[in-house]
Write a protein that binds this ligand. Structure first.
Ligand code: NI
Ligand code: MN
Length: 235
């Protein structure tokens, strides 16, 4: 772990991130691992997962949710509607919630915050509504706070998230097309007041054109660090 970050961050490719606290608690943010073409084979062997947080229902965030829930039996935090979907599928330890709420689990505090995106679940040939997309602010035992945005456009209430929760690390999508571009992500980082941005949701497919280099250039002179990871890499 890079000590000053206060938490170990492993990007598993696309929108999936593994966090490990100083005390060894593991949080998997979104569940696209085995089916994730950006995730290196070695990184697909997950450590035991204490907490799984789901930002929205799209397959590139929830595709391996049932398999991971079955294998690791983590506590699962998600929006009410996704919890309603997962419950009859046999997922245990479900903690459905909604935006503005905070839950304490495993000594961590998880706050569900807004995201500007859509949310559906593909179940076989059916497309089901999945409530709204969300992001999370995760506060680890040592007080380190990470804003894990999920898929979102930039929105001015990111300023409120900054004022209320003071995240120091923003894990932000930058790929463009389905989420923020580097241009929007730079504005997001400034509104949030974070010190470090970890860019995700880029480079998985050719259609995702936003790059960490473009984010860095958009943040030039801001004092905000772009912490670029490769899929499977940790900081
Ligand atoms: Ni999405
Ligand atoms: Mn996505």
């Amino acid at each position: 772990m890079r000590q000053e970050l206060g938490v170990a961050i492993t990007w598993l490719g696309h929108g999936t991130v593994l966090y490990r606290s100083e005390k060894g608690k593991t949080v998997l943010a979104d569940a696209w691992v085995d089916g994730n073409p950006a995730c290196p084979e070695a990184a697909k062997q997950l450590p035991p997962i204490d907490l799984l947080v789901i930002t929205h229902g799209h397959f590139d965030h929830m595709g391996d949710c049932l398999a991971i829930a079955k294998k690791h039996t983590p506590d699962v935090v998600c929006i009410h509607e996704i919890a309603q979907y997962l419950e009859p599928k046999g997922v245990q330890k479900l903690h459905g919630m909604n935006k503005g709420g905070t839950q304490a689990l495993h000594g961590l505090r998880v706050t569900m915050v807004h995201a500007v995106h859509s949310s559906t679940i593909s179940d076989g040939d059916r497309i089901l509504p999945a409530g709204e997309a969300c992001g999370f602010v995760i506060e680890f035992e040592n007080g380190t706070r990470v804003y894990h945005a999920g898929d979102t456009a930039a929105f001015t209430d990111m300023k409120l998230i900054g004022e209320l929760y003071h995240p120091t690390i923003g894990v932000l999508p930058i790929g463009d097309l389905y989420t923020m571009s580097p241009h929007e992500a730079a504005a997001a980082a400034k509104m949030l007041g974070v010190k470090v941005v970890v860019p995700i949701h880029h480079s998985t497919f050719p259609a995702l054109t936003g790059t960490p280099a473009a984010l860095r250039s958009n943040l030039k002179g801001s004092g905000i660090e772009v912490l670029e990871l490769k899929p499977g890499e940790s900081a």
